[in-house]
Design a protein around this ligand. Structure first.
Ligand code: ADP
Ligand code: MG
Length: 247
């Protein structure tokens, strides 16, 4: 069964149709790079998966449960349960500035789950080690570089043990010399078979790390394929045009 199944998703902001009948599937262990021009609906699509946007029609199934089925959402408890399977990392990190790095990691599990303080603390220590920031546990976000902030945001998302991680342009706010350290962490997660969707403009990264590339344009899912298929043999002219400009 697919980890994510999206069917005929529709979303409008006022008169503007931002998602037009978008359908796709993500399987377990997939790393899907989502590419497409600015304004094509990539963020809206990703945000819809975690209920940061409410769609106007269509279905989203996460594993065996519907977040929304033919435009109808379940109750708030159901929504929480389903969105809790996913972690999201944003372009602008969204760390809590008044909390230390370690506190940023621990706040959500402390509020949400009936888990011991020791277990949470142990996991945050492990995850900071994993992203190479064990020595930054007690500093505040303002003291970190953009690349370090984003690695904290990834560790924070991992604290909830998600089955799926979603990234919305995780390196777009970073100076070029800091993108590598963030992409390296995502690459490591891919090697550990984390299921991920990554909206990105980093074509080299998409080609190297993703097993599926999904092209969106003008609110439509245009096509998806392996990097090889899309980069050398895209089916649609607009995909080829976009890739020629992006490479
Ligand atoms: P992308 O991430 O591919 O750049 P977005 O999903 O952010 O695209 O946006 C798709 C379209 O929806 C754009 O035209 C954008 O201006 C519009 N849009 C996004 N969010 C809102 C919003 N909250 N209100 C009105 N329009 C929005
Ligand atoms: Mg976007």
């Amino acid at each position: 069964m697919a980890m994510i199944q999206v069917s005929n998703l529709k979303k409008s902001f006022g008169n503007l149709e931002v998602l037009k009948d978008v359908s796709f599937e993500v399987n377990k262990n997939d790393v899907v790079a989502v590419i497409g021009p600015s304004g094509s609906g990539k963020s809206t699509m990703l945000r819809s998966l975690v209920y940061l946007e409410q769609v106007s029609g269509g279905s989203i199934r996460i594993q065996d449960e519907y977040l929304v089925k033919e435009g109808v959402y379940g109750d708030s408890q159901k929504i929480k349960q389903i969105t809790g399977k996913m972690g999201m990392v944003f372009q602008h990190f969204n760390l809590f500035p008044h909390l230390t790095v370690k506190e940023n990691l621990e706040i959500a599990p402390r509020v949400v789950k009936g888990e011991s303080t020791e277990a949470i603390s142990q996991r945050s220590t492990e995850l900071l080690e994993k992203v190479g920031l064990a020595d930054k546990a007690n500093v505040y976000p303002a003291k970190l570089s953009g690349g370090q902030k984003q690695r904290v945001a990834i560790a924070r998302a991992l604290m909830m043990n998600p089955d799926i991680l979603l990234f919305d342009e995780p390196t777009s706010a970073l100076d070029p010399e800091l993108t590598g350290e963030v992409l390296q962490v995502i690459k490591q997660l891919a090697q550990e078979h984390m299921t991920m969707m990554v909206v990105t403009h980093e074509m080299g990264f998409a080609r190297e790390v993703a097993n599926q590339i999904m092209f969106m344009d003008n609110g439509e899912f245009v096509e998806a394929g392996t990097p090889e298929q899309l980069f050398t043999n895209a089916q649609f002219e607009r995909t080829r045009t976009f890739l020629q400009r992006a490479l």
